[in-house]
Design a protein around this ligand. Structure first.
Ligand code: ATP
Length: 359
């Protein structure tokens, strides 16, 4: 998927990037992503990045009483693209008990409906699955409705019952599925809908719209699978999938499972993409257990920069994105070079240095 502002020619261009390191390891991994972006920039012709950092997240709430002040958001949305670390801290919660999640607010406010999460195995040593050397698929998660749609509704612990709603709209589903099919056209041309159409009316409707939209893409194979079955198949035969598309909550859960089979959350980048705006960030959270210790894996965030460069779609940024994928492949070819989450001893900054050096 590319930016609606895609620059088709080779014209010089400066892209303004809002950088939101956020909380916990968000700060650690964003520093390495910016390091690699600057190293890529130095190798590109006529493309520059103007970075502006903003304080958003649980830390900002502790400072100002608002995790994302309106004036900050107004400035953030003026940028060409947003690079985000991770947000939220377990001890900083709204009175109802939910964690601060401005990254979810941004998705909803900017209508970033397409949560694009590529899952790729860089080295056979990094998967817990036996005899797998090739894992390469993508999860497309609906980002603005589904079972998250009532997440901000107030409730009381004294209520007799509390219900969440799984919202499926025709507009939200059509735009999601069209994105999934377009992405499949850049890959192996197969889209699998993940649903629970055998039980939930909302999911049966979701499936109906999926097969309607599939007719617009006769060159792409379309099938469907139940969400419970897909957890089995992802472990038994991950190579049978190309693009998986699903509702918000299912996508949230499946993303972690999928990350686990390619080495964990530190290897899972993502792009939250709408028609005009996009945010690129690792799929993981702020991991406060390891924050500030210099041991977080920055690869997911570095790969998110590669996705950002692809989305900007200038010939030079496309070249920059390919440079990052190549550098990660080269660094990961040596199984001794791994961060702690992958059984190694390389620190966060050293991994950033190695990838920058391998560009
Ligand atoms: P969220 O709900 O915001 O996605 P979470 O509570 O599911 O967050 P994460 O913050 O993603 O959890 O962390 C889950 C586990 O994975 C933690 O034990 C954390 O240490 C580990 N982890 C997550 N990201 C990384 C990383 N980049 N490098 C190393 N370990 C990580």
């Amino acid at each position: 998927m590319s930016s609606s502002n895609a620059n088709p020619g080779n014209l010089p261009k400066t892209y303004s990037v809002a950088v939101l390191p956020g909380d916990g390891i968000g700060r650690d991994v964003t520093a390495e992503a910016v390091k690699v972006l600057r190293a890529v920039e130095a190798r590109l012709h006529g493309v520059r990045f103007d970075l502006t950092e903003y304080s958003v997240g649980a830390g900002e709430f502790l400072r100002s009483g608002d995790p994302m002040p309106e004036a900050t958001f107004a400035r953030i949305r003026e940028h060409d693209v947003i690079l985000l670390g991770a947000m939220g801290l377990p001890d900083v919660r709204w009175p109802g008990g939910q964690e601060m999640a401005p990254q979810l607010d941004i998705r909803e406010k900017l209508e970033l409906y397409c949560g694009y999460r590529p899952i790729y195995l860089y080295h056979p040593n990094d998967t817990p699955l036996c005899n797998r050397s090739q894992i390469d698929f993508a999860i497309i998660r609906e980002n603005t409705e589904g079972l998250f749609s009532t997440r901000t509704q107030p409730y009381s612990l004294y209520d007799e019952q509390v219900a969440d709603q799984l919202l499926v709209t025709r507009r939200g589903s059509e735009r999601l599925f069209r994105s999934a099919f377009r992405i499949a056209r850049t890959r192996r041309r197969k889209v699998t809908l993940v649903d629970k159409a055998n039980v939930l009316p909302s999911m049966s409707y979701f499936r109906h719209i999926f097969h309607e939209v599939a007719k617009e893409f006769p060159d792409v194979e379309a099938d469907h699978v139940y969400v419970d079955a897909v957890t089995l198949y992802l472990l038994q035969r991950p190579e049978s999938f190309d693009v998986l598309v699903t509702e918000n909550m299912f996508g949230d859960i499946l993303s972690d499972l999928a990350a686990a089979i390619v080495g964990g959350m530190g290897m899972a980048p993502s792009g939250d993409i709408g028609d005009k705006y996009a945010v690129f960030q690792p799929s993981h959270g702020s991991a406060p257990d390891i924050a500030g210790k210099g041991i977080a894996n920055p690869v997911a965030t570095i790969l998110s920069v590669a996705m950002m460069l692809e989305w900007l779609a200038h010939p030079e940024t496309l070249r920059g994105g390919a440079m990052i994928y190549g550098a990660v492949r080269r660094v990961f070819a040596d199984p001794a070079v791994r961060t702690r989450d992958l059984g190694g001893s390389v620190g966060t900054a050293e991994m950033g240095d190695r990838i920058a050096a391998a560009l």
